[in-house]
Structure formats: structure tokens, C-alpha cells
Design a protein around this ligand. Structure first.
Ligand SMILES: Nc1ncnc2c1ncn2[C@@H]1O[C@H](COP(=O)(O)OP(=O)(O)OP(=O)(O)O)[C@@H](O)[C@H]1O
Ligand SMILES: [Mg+2]
Length: 350
């Protein structure tokens, strides 16, 4: 993506600028120290080679000025070979320049690599958002197309009876209901995923969440003639009550939806040392091992061709459930055997 390429190049340039500024600053300091020390070394060497009496005379001058030799270089200038000295200085400058060129090259490569790594999570997030928008629009398109074509067909009829019109309206209403359900789902998802709304948290009895979820799913449970067995002692977790009810509702909805009519679903709550556990177990169609890693992804539906016919859905439920569990630093896991059933387990810290 071009926007990320240019952002990467810009970031590389910034990294490089900072590294080179530091490197040049240190090179300047090194250059200064080295030339000073060299001048001192040259001077001392000349001093050592002086005849004894001239040296004594020089040291006498130094003592008069009371400047300690080791700290002040040569207190009194000694004539050194300036030509040789400037040649050495030039060589030091050239060498430091070469070192800086090396640093420029190496840090250029390293910066480019680092900039890539810094931007990668953002790039992934943008990709995920794009996919999300594409999937969501696709889901909206299906009912919209059906509404549009039904209206078009109805309008083409010369004498539309009120019965026909009512039938079209009823069908349209159904599709509008689907779209409404879908947008509600999306809003729930964004509420829990972005964590922008800080929900009020209080001690919640998991038992109450289960009872409320069963109540909400009553019609669905009855339609599919499912028996729901609950084993729910009082276990409290710190959470937002509505979000926990939503979490249990999603798992119960799936258990009922993906089970054969007349089968049983068991819900069990237990309390471990550091976490509360909620288990929703069904004896339904189960999930293939190859699908398991993906079912918590947004819009993922296992074995779509089959389940699209047998059960409606958008593939959003479990991703919402996972976001809710994650909000409380909890976890959600699944064990499943195709043809035998699935058990979803949520653990929440107490
Ligand atoms: N209890 C279950 N038994 C078998 N398969 C399941 C079960 N729960 C989830 N799945 C599989 O995981 C997929 C994802 O589930 P999820 O709840 O996210 O979406 P959905 O049920 O398809 O749609 P919706 O958005 O309406 O919940 C389902 O399509 C289904 O294939
Ligand atoms: Mg679902």
C-alpha cells in the first residue's frame, strides 16, 4: 500500500536523522579530544628531548604560573611541528568521516527494517478494518438486493392487488428486520472491541446472567425443542451485567442453533482458585478441527454452504463473545468433536 510505503520512508528518514545527529555530535567530541591530546603528547615529547637546563627553565616558568601540568595540557606552548600535526588532524577527520559514512549506511538499512516493524501492526489493523467493511457491506447488500428486486417486480405489475402488495411489504419488512439485527450486532461489536465506552462494572452473579440469557432465548429454545439443564451456583465476578448476559446469550444461541431438535444443552458454572468458569455444552453437529482456530474471527462461519441453509447468522457472535471475555482479562475456549457436540468454556478472573 503506497501510504504505508511513504510512511515507512518518512519514518526511516527520521530514525536516520536522529542516529546521524548523535553520531556526528560524538564524532565532533572525539575529534576535539583526540587533537587536544595529540598536541599535548607532541609537546611533552619535545619537552623530554630538550637539554636538561632548558627543560628546567621551562618547568620553572610553569611552577611560577602554578598550573598543574596534567590538567592543563602544556601550560606554556611548546613549538611543535604544525605541518605534521595538521596532517594528522586531517587524517583523523577523514577516518571519522568514513566511520560516519559506515554508520549512515548500516543505520539506513536498520532504520528501514525497524520502520517496517513499527508500522506492521498498524498496517495489519488497517487491513482488518478494510476486510471488515467489505464483509459488512456484503452482508448488507444481500437483503438490500432482495428488497430492491421485490419492489421492482411489484412495480412492473399493471394491476397490483392489495394482497400482493401486502405480501411484498411483509417480505421487505423481514429483510429490513435482518438488516436492523445486523447493524445492532455491528454496534455491539464495536462497543466491546474499541472499549471506547467504559461500562460500569460491579459484582455480578453469573447465575443471574445465565437465567437472563435463558429467558432471552426462550422462544428459540422452544422452537427447537431443546432442553436446557443448568447447574449454576452463586459465583460472582466483577463485570458489567449486560455484557455478561450478552456473552452467555451468544453461546446459548449457538448451542441451540447448531444442535438437532430435541437435544439437550448443559450450562454449568464453577469457581476455581483464581477464575470463575462458565461451560456451555451441546450435543450438536460439532466443529471440524480445521475450523476451530477461525470461529472467533469476525464473519467466519464454519462449513458455510451447509450452515447457511440450516441456520442463519453472520459469524459475529463468537467474535463479540471473545471481545467481552477479553475486556475482563478472561478467556474463551472450545472443545469439540464433529458429530458429537461442542463445549465452550469461558474463564473470568474473580
Ligand atoms: N455450538 C456450536 N456448535 C457447532 N458449531 C458452532 C457452535 N458455535 C459456533 N459454531 C460455528 O462457529 C461459527 C461462528 O459462530 P458465530 O456465533 O460467531 O457466528 P454464527 O452463529 O454463524 O452467526 P451469528 O453472528 O448470528 O452468531 C458458526 O458459523 C458455526 O459454524
Ligand atoms: Mg452465533
Amino acid at each position: 500500500m503506497t501510504i504505508f510505503r511513504s510512511a515507512r520512508l518518512k519514518l526511516t528518514a527520521w530514525y536516520l536523522l536522529i542516529i546521524m545527529a548523535v553520531s556526528l555530535l560524538f564524532s565532533g567530541i572525539v575529534y576535539r579530544i583526540m587533537t587536544q591530546e595529540l598536541r599535548r603528547g607532541f609537546g611533552l615529547q619535545i619537552l623530554r628531548q630538550m637539554p636538561h637546563d632548558i627543560r628546567e627553565e621551562y618547568l620553572e616558568k610553569v611552577r611560577e604560573q602554578a598550573i598543574p601540568l596534567p590538567f592543563r595540557g602544556l601550560a606554556v606552548p611548546v613549538a611543535i611541528d604544525e605541518e605534521l600535526f595538521s596532517e594528522i588532524r586531517r587524517r583523523i577527520a577523514v577516518n571519522l568521516g568514513l566511520v560516519n559514512l559506515g554508520i549512515l549506511g548500516l543505520s539506513g538499512i536498520a532504520s528501514y527494517f525497524l520502520a517496517g516493524r513499527t508500522l506492521r501492526p498498524i498496517e495489519d489493523m488497517v487491513d482488518a478494518q478494510k476486510r471488515f467493511i467489505a464483509d459488512a457491506s456484503h452482508e448488507m447488500r444481500t437483503p438490500l438486493t432482495s428488497i430492491k428486486s421485490e419492489i421492482e417486480v411489484a412495480l412492473r405489475q399493471k394491476a397490483l392487488t392489495s394482497r400482493q402488495a401486502r405480501s411484498v411489504l411483509r417480505s421487505n419488512l423481514e429483510e429490513v428486520g435482518k438488516m436492523q439485527g445486523f447493524t445492532d450486532y455491528l454496534l455491539t461489536l464495536s462497543k466491546y472491541e474499541t472499549g471506547e465506552i467504559s461500562l460500569p462494572v460491579e459484582p455480578v452473579n453469573l447465575r443471574t446472567s445465565v437465567e437472563e440469557a435463558v429467558r432471552r432465548q426462550r422462544q428459540h429454545i422452544r422452537n427447537r425443542d431443546i432442553t436446557v439443564n443448568t447447574q449454576t451456583p452463586d459465583v460472582y465476578v466483577k463485570a458489567n451485567p449486560e455484557s455478561l448476559t450478552e456473552l452467555v446469550t451468544i453461546l446459548l444461541d449457538n448451542a441451540v442453533k447448531y444442535s438437532p431438535e430435541g437435544s439437550a444443552v448443559n450450562i454449568r458454572i464453577s469457581r476455581g482458585r483464581s477464575a470463575a468458569r462458565l461451560e456451555v455444552k451441546d450435543r450438536g453437529q460439532g466443529i471440524k478441527a480445521s475450523d476451530v482456530p477461525y470461529i472467533f474471527n469476525r464473519f467466519y462461519r464454519a462449513d458455510t454452504s451447509r450452515s447457511k441453509h440450516s441456520a442463519d447468522g453472520y459469524g459475529l457472535g463468537l467474535s463479540i463473545a471473545k471481545s467481552i471475555a477479553g475486556m475482563y482479562r478472561g478467556d474463551i475456549a472450545v472443545r469439540s468433536t464433529p458429530g458429537k457436540g461442542s463445549t465452550f468454556t469461558v474463564s473470568l478472573p474473580v
